[in-house]
Design a protein. Structure first.
Length: 105
């Protein structure tokens, strides 16, 4: 197998390897997803699956801890947004704590 930094898996994989990670929040074209999955299968990229409010993250295997932290920050941001919409200002902290307990348990 060649170096993990070659263009063998496409420009999206190269970009993730250079940036360290990429958060997937919505739909991805099937060709791009196929390239990412092939790179994960070949151990060129790592993948953290979507879990509740935690988004899917593809990452450079050398940056797994930062990818885990980024996934956690993204989920906390989602919880914060939901709590602000669902709660009255005085109940915001209680609603946020309930959502955090549910998802980070």
């Amino acid at each position: 197998m060649s170096s993990m930094y070659t263009a063998e898996f496409g420009p999206n994989v190269e970009q993730i390897l250079c940036q360290g990670s990429r958060v997937i929040r919505g739909k991805v074209p099937s060709q791009v997803r196929a390239e990412l999955r092939a790179a994960v299968k070949a151990n060129v990229l790592g993948r953290l699956p979507k879990d509740g409010l935690k988004p899917e993250v593809f990452f450079n295997p050398n940056n797994k801890m930062s990818a885990v932290e980024r996934q956690k920050r993204e989920a906390e941001y989602s919880i914060s947004c939901i709590a602000k919409v669902m709660a009255r200002p005085e109940d915001y902290s209680l609603a946020r704590q309930a959502l955090e307990d549910k998802h980070f348990g």
